[in-house]
Design a protein around this ligand. Structure first.
Ligand SMILES: *[C@@H]1O[C@H](CO)[C@@H](O)[C@H](O)[C@H]1NC(C)=O
Ligand SMILES: *[C@@H]1O[C@H](CO)[C@@H](O)[C@H](O)[C@H]1NC(C)=O
Ligand SMILES: *[C@@H]1O[C@H](CO)[C@@H](O)[C@H](O)[C@H]1NC(C)=O
Ligand SMILES: *[C@@H]1O[C@H](CO)[C@@H](O)[C@H](O)[C@H]1NC(C)=O
Ligand SMILES: *[C@@H]1O[C@H](CO)[C@@H](O)[C@H](O)[C@H]1NC(C)=O
Ligand SMILES: *[C@@H]1O[C@H](CO)[C@@H](O)[C@H](O)[C@H]1NC(C)=O
Ligand SMILES: [Ca+2]
Length: 927
């Protein structure tokens, strides 16, 4: 089997702790990150090939080793490189996090012979992933996927599966309804002592001979270690059970582990097992949905998300949105700019929603066309609740457009929204009509005051978006300008806000990868002077440096003549103003705050909170869109000034760990510089980040059962004892929650609390809920933790559908196959207790394939197929409603090989005896 050596050692040193599970040790050992990345890249390549085959388009395998960029390109989805990279990182983070959050729970690592517990984690997460994908909750699916893969991969390192001589994965680990295998009895001895230098033969001969499955025991302490007599240990320096008789260990985590001589076999089996699990998820989801889970789509991979005030006064605005949506759908569908998902959130007061989330542009258009102004009126509207739903529904790093002519009636949500913006790094643009700035003549009470607009401005600025104030007549023009840039996948070169009266010169670099450069300014009476790299200057919109410009309301756009090199832009205004420079380029970056784990294995985990102010801090930067770009500088730049803190970069191929001696107080952005060949590039995070003196952490199981109270414990820590902390808790689904509204920091500098969430019984399985817990000191220092939980209903259907052949006809002969045909009909059923057949699709075969509902049984589907005899076999995939997958292979001339289904009823054609193949297997595994 080909072993993939990913080009990236990437997050290895950053995120992967060493000791438990495939780790990072010297030599060419493979760790969880590499195993997972190799399998994800491979599964994506094969899925894209299947899609290409179905669409009759060409497909070329990328060269080995695969990379994010080469796979995205082979998939015809080059602009998806960033979302693909993010999806892989999200899955890997969840995998590696298991070592940090569940270091000592044997089930998560198949230690301590905890086979039942380990399999339960895997199979439960698989069902949850399938439910999430069906519900298009792809981010939740990725989180569960990472969590499922960790124990699955560890099995091959920590059990004796490899020592038993198996060269294929244990298929029962991803099935719920089978025996895992011949597991050693609790009292049965499995190992003898060995010397650390040579533990190759420490597993007892009878265990090997009888193919008894066991795994190593693991503990950081001798006291309290519960290794029963005669059992194997995990082994290695941190595992103290390996110092108790029988001494030594059996793990294959690296080449230098106790059974390091089997590391490569174990790692390869882990890759294959990961591939099988992915194949199962893909079968249940369908190819296109699987690719969406991986962040790959034709087009831009970006969401188009509108949050619209639909109260009475909004009819002109709604018409403008209809026009702009039509234009986008008409011009972008089928191009590289086509959005991957469309989201619509209408709001007034008290109504928010219903939410529309669809991949079908026409369904989106219809939803927009059906909007009509109603309710609300001359009162503030629930704009922030609408935005909360948009922010928790759109994928991370999206761009949202909010339309309103009213102040927010729910301003208490402002800090929650800032938390969501910082966590998702989504850009929010406000299109505000009827504000005092744009409607000076009218003096209606419904106008938005300057103070009310400030809430929108603050949110826009934190997210790197614009707060555009225009008249109703200018709205279409403003919307076209701002959405055009968004769907064109522009990168941010510079973004800043300044107080009234400040004059400042900003600089930005236009690099060779850039094909368009646009400057946005919001404010009034802004004067500017542009200086090009060659030293030319220009202070008005007409001149050689500016190709075109538009001014609508408070929003000025300059499209620059693209000249490589460093530009300068001097700005001044008697009023507050913002400036943003964006450019079209494939090269971009992802940034995540991480913290060093205090756990036994070290490593770094991503933060779901603000980083701690005034102390050492770390971020991980990933460059996307170029395989040859190198990161050279990472700075945290004050958002309202120019002070910077520079980071120390530790390069790890595609990813970088960046260490800052002190995380600054106040708002800051992340600015990176790098090189690609001779070109120097500069990018900036659109999002503005803030650090805090408080730390907050929450750990809860990720699956929430409707109707059952779900408890989320959290801890707040700060250096001052006795502080009274205000707690706010919100969720995006309107679920009931109970929590303490204030907590006092006790001795030990921390305090604990719990949130109890209750999802109503009718909440659909596979949906998710985003919970935000906020903590604020009397001085206004605040921090939060944002967590997403999957809603998951217990599943009782573990059986895949079965295929039953009803009739088969053929007159194929060995000569001239093209003159002859074969055909069959079959029933695909899911059993009386099954959830029913959801979908049957043709996987291989060139014939005509049709499916029809079974008039006799609502849980079954009828299939008919006819094909030229030149294509002698076919394969179809049958999926039930909870995602159990079966593959049926049928050919006209084979023997029945696996009558697992009901006995085939064969209608015998008049003259020839036919031999039928009816194999029934779970995904690619033949037993
Ligand atoms: C790559 O994926 C294909 C399709 O799922 C699978 O058949 C193959 O075994 C995988 N290769 C590896 C090395 O996992
Ligand atoms: C609590 O914080 C104070 C002030 O920073 C510090 O001196 C003290 O050591 C902390 N106590 C604990 C138990 O962490
Ligand atoms: C903390 O503050 C809240 C609200 O400000 C107040 O109701 C509560 O009594 C305070 N708790 C203590 C222990 O002072
Ligand atoms: C909070 O909970 C943790 C873990 O359950 C515990 O170790 C700690 O002592 C608790 N702290 C307080 C202040 O109750
Ligand atoms: C954190 O604490 C320091 C010193 O106590 C203080 O100067 C600073 O303003 C605080 N930071 C925040 C974000 O409140
Ligand atoms: C379908 O046709 C293609 C090209 O004609 C051929 O390569 C392929 O093997 C056929 N598939 C089956 C299942 O017969
Ligand atoms: Ca079933």
């Amino acid at each position: 089997m080909v072993l993939f050596w990913p080009a990236v050692l990437s997050l290895v040193l950053v995120l992967s702790p060493g000791a438990e599970g495939f780790g990072i040790l010297p030599g060419d050992s493979l760790n969880h990150l590499e195993i997972t990345e190799a399998a994800l890249l491979n599964a994506t390549v094969y899925t894209c090939r299947a899609v290409a085959q179905a669409e009759l388009t060409d497909f070329t395998f990328p060269a080995q080793p695969y990379t994010v960029e080469s796979v995205a390109k082979a998939c015809g989805a080059t602009p998806s490189a960033k979302t693909f990279s993010k999806a892989i990182t999200d899955i890997i983070i969840r995998n590696v996090r298991v070592d940090i959050r569940h270091a000592l729970n044997g089930s998560f690592h198949f230690d301590d012979e905890m086979f039942t517990g380990g399999r339960k984690i895997i199979t439960t997460e698989i069902l949850s992933i399938k439910a999430n994908n069906k519900n298009e909750s792809y981010e939740a699916a990725r989180e569960s996927l990472g969590k499922a893969l960790h124990p699955l991969q560890d099995y091959y390192s920590h059990s004796n599966w490899v020592e038993l001589g198996y060269t294929v994965p244990n298929v029962n680990l991803i099935r719920s309804d089978t025996s895992i295998g011949n597991i050693a009895a609790p009292t049965r001895a499995t190992c003898r002592s060995c010397n650390d230098d040579d533990c190759r033969n420490n597993i007892l001969e009878d265990i090997i001979r009888e193919k008894v499955i066991t795994s190593g025991y693991f503990s950081l302490a001798i006291i309290g270690a519960s290794k029963p007599p005669g059992k194997c240990s995990h082994g290695g320096k941190v595992d103290l059970t390996s110092t108790i008789e029988p001494k030594g260990g059996i793990n294959k985590d690296s080449l230098t582990s106790s059974h390091g001589h089997l590391h490569t076999q174990a790692a390869n089996l882990a890759i294959t097992a990961t591939s099988h699990l992915l194949e199962d998820i893909r079968g249940a989801a369908g190819d296109k949905q699987f690719l969406l889970m991986m962040g790959i789509s034709k087009g831009s991979s970006k969401a188009l998300c509108f949050v619209i005030d639909v109260s009475k006064s909004m009819s002109d605005e709604i018409d403008a949105v209809k026009t702009v949506t039509s234009n986008i759908v008409n011009t972008e569908v089928g191009t590289d700019n086509e959005p991957s998902v469309y989201i619509l959130v209408p709001f007034s007061d008290p109504d928010v929603g219903p939410l529309t989330k669809t991949t079908d542009p026409n369904a989106f258009k219809t939803a927009i066309d059906n909007l009509s102004p109603s309710g609300g009126g001359d009162v503030p509207e629930k704009s922030l609740s609408g935005l909360q739903l948009g922010l928790t529904t759109a994928p991370s790093n999206s761009e949202i457009f909010l339309f309103t002519d009213a102040p927010a009636s729910d301003q208490h949500l402002k800090s929650t929204l800032i938390a969501l913006i910082e966590r998702t790094q989504t850009v929010v643009n406000f299109l505000i009509t009827d504000s005092v700035n744009t409607n000076r003549r009218r003096r209606s009470t419904s106008q938005i005051s300057a103070a009310d607009v400030q809430v929108y401005r603050d949110l826009a600025q934190t997210s790197g978006g614009q707060a555009i104030e225009v008249s109703k007549f200018e709205l279409s023009a403003a919307t076209s300008i701002i959405t055009e840039a968004s769907i064109n996948s522009m990168v941010t070169l510079l973004q800043s806000a300044r107080s009234a009266g400040v004059t400042e010169t900003f600089s930005f670099i236009v690099d060779r990868s850039m094909t368009k450069v646009i400057v946005y300014m919001t404010g009034s009476s802004i004067s500017f002077t542009l200086t090009s790299p060659s030293g030319q200057t220009q202070s008005s919109t007409s001149g050689p440096l500016i190709e075109s410009s538009e001014l609508v309301g408070n929003f000025q756009t300059l499209r620059l003549d693209v000249q490589w090199g460093e530009w300068k832009l001097r700005l001044s205004s008697p009023n507050i103003y913002t400036v943003k420079v964006i450019g079209q380029s494939p090269i971009d970056f992802l940034v995540d705050f991480v913290e060093a784990s205090q756990g036994p294995f070290g490593g770094y985990d991503t933060l779901e909170t603000r980083p701690k102010v005034g102390v050492e801090g770390f971020i991980v930067v990933t460059l996307t869109g170029s395989s040859s770009a190198t990161l050279t500088v990472v700075d945290l730049v004050e958002a309202k000034g120019s002070n910077t803190v520079s980071g120390a970069i530790q390069a790890q191929e595609r990813n970088y760990l960046v260490k800052f001696a002190t995380i600054p107080a106040g708002q800051f952005v992340v600015r990176v510089k790098g090189t690609e060949g001779p070109s120097v590039f500069q990018r900036q995070s659109p999002t503005t980040f803030t650090a805090s003196n408080l730390t907050i952490s929450a750990t809860a199981d990720s699956l929430l059962t409707p109707g059952t109270p779900f408890v989320v414990p959290f801890t707040i820590t700060t250096s001052e004892v006795g502080v009274n902390i205000t707690i706010r808790v919100t969720n995006n689904r309107g679920f009931d929650s109970t929590f303490p509204t204030s907590l006092v920091i006790e001795s030990g500098n921390s305090t604990n609390g719990t949130v109890t969430l209750s999802a109503p019984l009718n909440t659909p399985s596979g949906s998710d809920v985003t919970l935000t817990i906020e903590a604020e000191t009397p001085e206004g220092d605040d921090n939060y933790v944002v967590q997403r939980f999957s809603v998951f209903n217990t599943v009782t259907d573990f059986s895949a559908p079965v295929c039953e052949l009803l009739s088969l006809q053929s007159n194929c002969s060995s000569v001239n196959c093209s003159q002859y045909m074969w055909s069959f009909s079959a029933r695909i059923s899911d059993g009386a207790d099954g959830t029913g057949v959801e979908r049957v699709t043709l996987k291989e075969g060139n014939g005509t394939f049709t499916t029809n509902p079974d008039p006799q049984n609502a849980k079954s589907t009828l299939v008919s197929y006819s094909s030229s005899c030149c294509s002698p076999s076919m394969q179809m995939l049958a999926v039930d409603k909870v995602g159990n997958v079966a593959t049926c292979t049928i050919s006209y001339n084979n023997i029945v090989t696996s009558p697992l289904s009901l006995a085939p009823k064969i209608t015998q054609p008049n003259f020839v005896l036919f031999l039928i193949s009816l194999t029934f297997v779970f995904f690619t595994l033949t037993k």
